[in-house]
Design a protein around this ligand. Structure first.
Ligand code: AMP
Length: 216
């Protein structure tokens, strides 16, 4: 199964993508996670990308396309994938279309998670992330057992620079301006399925499963 997962920042794509990859045995390819890993490791890509990310702006297409092309070379994607946070611009979508045509592959669905802006701001500004494993928590709805400490590995939790309110609002504006037009691009191909992203993780996952069909 090959999927694109779209939706504004904070819609819960990362959390749901993890559930989907486990249930359907496909690879989760998150360009945001890949970029954060590069920033943490201090790679050349990380150094080029980090100021865009901290400001909530998109990283230039050429850097993203190079990074994604390298991931697509990995045989692990043969079983299927869910693209989370990619494509985000028309240029990226066109490059993906070309790649899929070249490989004789097609997408099954483009899932779009819908959540209203004020809920997104509330979710993102209360998000805390583990410095080591990247797991995220919500201060009210999904707090860690010990404040400030990751349940998974006991490491420190922090607030991502781009989860601060000014940046969150900019990320939402960037999404509306540059990424939302892609929904139209995929609607023309008849691939878009909207998912109501408000509810518990299980409720939202059940809605996704209804669209994707049985996992076994
Ligand atoms: P995310 O975790 O998906 O919200 O991504 C965090 C940040 O990484 C974004 O605000 C962008 O700065 C950058 N980023 C992630 N994916 C892309 C992409 N496909 N194109 C451009 N920038 C991206």
């Amino acid at each position: 199964m090959r999927l694109i997962f779209m939706g504004p920042p904070g819609a819960g794509k990362g959390t749901q993508a993890e559930r989907i990859t486990t249930a359907y045995n496909i690879v989760h390819l998150s360009t945001g996670d890949l970029l954060r890993m590069n920033v943490k490791r201090g790679t050349e890509l990380g150094q080029l990308a980090h100021s865009y990310m901290d400001a909530g702006e998109l990283v230039p297409d050429d850097l993203i396309l190079k990074m994604v092309a390298a991931e697509f070379k990995d045989p692990k994607i043969e079983n299927g994938f869910i693209l989370d946070g990619f494509p985000r611009t028309v240029a990226q979508a066109t490059a993906l279309d070309d790649f899929l045509i070249q490989e004789g592959k097609h997408l099954n669905h483009v899932l779009v998670m819908d959540v209203i802006d004020e809920k997104l701001v509330a979710r993102l500004t209360a998000r805390r992330t583990c410095r080591i494993c990247g797991r995220s928590y919500h201060l009210s709805f999904n707090p860690p057992k010990k404040p400030g400490i990751c349940d998974n590995d006991g490491s420190e939790l922090y607030q991502r620079e781009d989860d601060k309110e000014v940046t969150v609002r900019n990320r939402l504006a960037v999404y509306k301006r540059q990424t939302r037009p892609l929904i139209e691009h995929y609607m023309k191909k008849g691939m878009v399925k909207h998912i109501d992203g408000v509810g518990t993780v299980d409720e939202v996952f059940d809605r996704i499963r209804e669209v994707l069909g049985p996992c076994d």
